[in-house]
Each structure stands twice: as C-alpha cells, then as structure tokens.
Design a protein around this ligand. Structure first.
Ligand code: NAD
Ligand code: USQ
Length: 399
C-alpha cells in the first residue's frame, strides 16, 4: 500500500514509518520539521542523538534497500502544495501524526495556545479538504488521544471506543441515540483533538471519507526493532518539562539520579502504551479501515492504566531514587480512576506489550547511555495552566 506518513519525523511517526516500510508498504514521510524547531526554541534536545531526516532515510536505504520518501511541507499553511501532492502521488492511505502534541507546551503562553490551535485544527482540516478535492478513496488514520474523554466523567463504567448510547426522553417515551462520547479536554492541545473529532464526523458523513481515529494513551519506551538496527536510526527521547511524558521522564530521572517529579499526590490515573505496540496498532488500523459511508471508526489505543504515584514507587523501588511530590502545575483532578474499553485492537490480533521490569530497564539503559546529553535545568515542568501555579521551589536547587 502507498502510505503518506504526516509527521513521520516525530517520536511516534519515525518508528511507524520504519515499521510500515519493513512490513512492505511504500512510505512517504511529510513533515515540516517543526518539532525540531521547537527543540531549538526551548533550548533542549532529544536525550538520544537523533540524526537529520535525510540521514535517517539514507541509512535505512543502506541497511534494507528500501526507499522512504521525504517531503518538507507544512500541513497547516501549504494547502495547495499538499493537494497537488495527493493528485501526483495518489496514496491509498494517510497516517496523520502531524500536530503539536504537548499539553504543557500548549499552555505555556498565549502564543503557544494560538499556535497549537492554528497548527492542529487547520492542518487536520486541510488534510480532509485535500482528500475530498483529490477525489481519491484514501483511508485516513489519525492519532487522537485518550484525553478527549477527560478523566473522571464515566465513573466506574468503562470508557467506550468513541461513542456512547444515550437515552433521550421524548413525549412518546425514551429513544436511544448513539453520540460521540462527550469531550472534556484538559489542555488547549487536548481541545484541538476534540475539534478534530468533529471535523472527522462531518467529513465522514458528507464526503464518505474513510476515517479511523485512534484515541491513544501516553506512549512510553523509545526503540522498536527497526530503530534499534543502527544508532543513526535511533528514536527521539523527550525528557524536558514540556515534551517529556511521565513514564519516560521518571526512567530518565532515575538514570541520572534526579528525584522523580510527581505532580501533586500522583493520584492521576492515565492510560499507557509501549511504542512497539503503537506501531503495530497503526498497521492494524491501516489494514482494517472502515467502509465508505461509515462513521469514523474509533479505537482506544491503550494497553494498560497506571496511577502516576504507583509508577514512581515502582521505579523508586527498582532504582533507589527518591520521589519528590511537587505542586501540580496543571489543572487536573488530584485523584481519578480510569476504566477503558480496549476490545477492538485485541479482537484484531494485538498481542500487548505489558510493562515489565525488563522493559523499564531497557529504557533506563538508553537514558543512562546518553545521560551526558541531559540538561538538568530543563527537567522541572515550568508551563502552568494558570498564572500563579508555578512549581517546585525546593527541587529547583537541583537545576
Ligand atoms: P512529535 O511532536 O514527536 O511528532 C509530531 C511530528 O509532526 C513532528 O515531527 C512535527 O515536526 C510534525 N508536525 C507538526 N505540525 C506539522 C505541520 N503543520 N506540518 C507538517 N508536520 C508537522 O509527536 P509524537 O509524540 O510523535 O505524536 C504524534 C501524534 O500522536 C500526535 O498527533 C499526538 O497528539 C499523538 N499522540 C502522542 C502520544 C505520545 O505519548 N507521544 C500519545 C497520544 C497521542
Ligand atoms: N506528570 C507528573 N510528573 C511529570 C510529568 C507528568 O506527575 O514529571 C503527570 C501529569 O501531571 C499528568 C500525567 O502525569 O497527570 C500525564 O502527563 P504526561 O505529560 O505524561 O501526558 P499528557 O500531558 O497527558 O500528554 C501525553 C502526550 C499527548 C497525548 C497524551 C495521551 O504528550 O500527546 O495525547 O499523553 S493522554 O494522557 O492519554 O491524553
């Protein structure tokens, strides 16, 4: 299958591009390298020494003989170029990772909020409009987030895969309707993913675009079998307060002996998935698209749930690194339960990678290998959801 991977230079997109190429698909990466530009803006770098995209692609070709294409294009601002590319390349499928994906970054300033909305919503709408204009029957797979559901809405009922059946009272008695699960975003970034959902609902109904929206949990780990083939193919490892996600951050902090930065009580329960399962899920979704005319197909792309403090305690027990309970810079429930339905990928054959000591050690080993590259002044999360929520007077003495 000819597949365009939008955002294919990023943390999830690069290993997915290699995985799909390895599985025999023809892959073309489209990326404006904005994530690398944000590293420069934040004066931070991936803990792992990621190589330029041209070198990554050359090394993959040297090792496997497979060509991966690359086009530097901004999905949000270069609509005409993107539409022309669809006419020229005639892809059968598109995987869309190409958005600003950090919640803390999206809350760090007014400019960052506006950039995140402009980039993500315009980009996704441009992709949909260009598919319609191309006249192609392209299957679109989009990376959404578990965060569209929010944390705490469903109580003890499992969060369904995208849709909820509700009873609507009418004078003639109750009628049943299926609706999109109510959105409850916790950041401007998460808000953009809830807006994406409405765009998908409209274009699937109006233009019969085949759309799969993957509501993914927090991705952890760094390497896949393909990125581990050669150091020049290594995947990104974000550890800083804006882009680093919680489990990878704790493992990196353990590797350098930094106290584990638990926000608040650590009672937040979140959904997780290992990067090796992310790439498998994308392949499964690509190979099992909905039919034309169907509503967007939603999968909850998660394999397990954990409470933040339980992860910190586990890593502290394994490594001896202490835990620091910091004031929470975010506006989020101090404690929540999370019960997620995840039947669809299981039914399609996903064999989940569960968190184990071995896998935790593998990530810690990667972090230990590159520990000299870490800038410890970038570890504490400084983006706050509202003015006055600044964090960690004590821990900053480690900076
Ligand atoms: P990332 O920032 O590492 O990668 C995103 C890529 O998209 C980058 O290479 C960036 O340069 C590119 N991009 C952004 N805007 C673009 C634009 N306008 N035009 C072209 N390219 C653009 O992020 P990631 O961690 O790989 O996440 C990929 C997707 O998966 C995101 O949409 C994110 O919301 C979703 N997701 C990620 C996680 C996670 O834990 N990393 C969890 C759930 C969902
Ligand atoms: N947290 C800590 N300490 C840290 C970092 C985070 O306690 O050092 C806490 C946060 O306060 C939050 C939880 O851990 O309660 C998760 O934070 P995170 O930064 O790991 O994840 P989040 O901001 O939710 O975003 C990440 C990705 C995003 C994706 C989302 C999936 O950056 O792209 O959409 O995970 S989900 O969380 O399921 O919505």
């Amino acid at each position: 299958m000819k597949v365009l991977v939008l955002g294919g230079d990023g943390f999830c997109g690069w290993p997915t591009s290699l995985h799909l190429a390895d599985a025999g698909h023809e892959v073309i990466v489209i990326d404006n390298l904005s994530r690398r530009a944000i590293d420069l803006e934040l004066e931070v770098d991936s803990l792992t020494p990621i190589r330029p995209i041209g070198e990554r692609i050359r090394v993959w070709k040297e090792l496997t003989g497979q060509e991966i294409g690359f086009i530097n294009l901004d999905l949000a601002t270069e609509y005409d170029r993107f539409e022309n590319l669809l006419h020229e390349l005639r892809p059968e499928a598109i995987v869309h990772f190409g958005e600003q994906r950090s919640a803390p970054y999206s809350m760090r300033s007014n400019a960052a909020k506006r950039y995140t909305v402009d980039n993500n919503v315009r980009g996704t709408h441009n992709v949909l409009a260009a598919i319609v204009a191309s006249g192609l029957d392209v299957a679109l797979v989009h990376l959404g987030t578990m965060g569209v559901y929010g944390y705490g809405w469903s109580g003890s009922a499992p969060i369904p895969e995208g849709y909820l059946t509700v009873k609507v009272p009418t004078p003639d008695g109750d009628i049943e309707r299926e609706i999109l699960h109510p959105a409850n975003p916790g950041s401007v970034y998460h808000l953009t993913k809830t807006l994406d959902q409405l765009l998908f609902t409209f274009y699937a109904a109006n233009d019969q675009i085949r759309i799969t929206d993957l509501h993914q949990g927090i991705v952890w780990g760094t390497q896949t079998p393909q990125t581990a083939l050669d150091e020049r193919l290594i995947n990104r490892f974000d550890y800083d307060g804006d882009y680093g996600t919680v489990l990878n951050r704790f493992l990196m902090q353990a590797a350098i002996g930094h106290p584990l930065t638990v926000h608040g009580t650590g009672g937040q329960t979140r959904a997780f998935i290992h990067i090796r399962d992310t790439v498998r899920c994308i392949q499964i979704a690509l190979e099992n698209p909905p039919a034309r005319g169907e509503k967007p197909m939603v999968f909850n792309q998660v394999t397990e749930t954990y409470r933040v403090r339980d992860l910190a305690e586990l890593i502290s027990r394994l490594t001896g690194v202490e835990i620091a309970n910091l004031p929470n810079p975010r506006r989020e429930a101090a404690e929540n339960d999370l019960n997620v339905s995840r039947d669809r990928f299981m039914a399609l054959g996903l064999n989940p990678t569960y968190l184990s000591e071995g896998l935790l050690e593998e990530v810690r080993d990667v972090a230990q290998k590159y520990r000299e590259r870490a800038d410890t002044t970038k570890i504490i999360a400084r983006s706050t959801w509202r003015a006055g929520m600044e964090t960690s007077p004590d821990l900053m003495k480690n900076d």
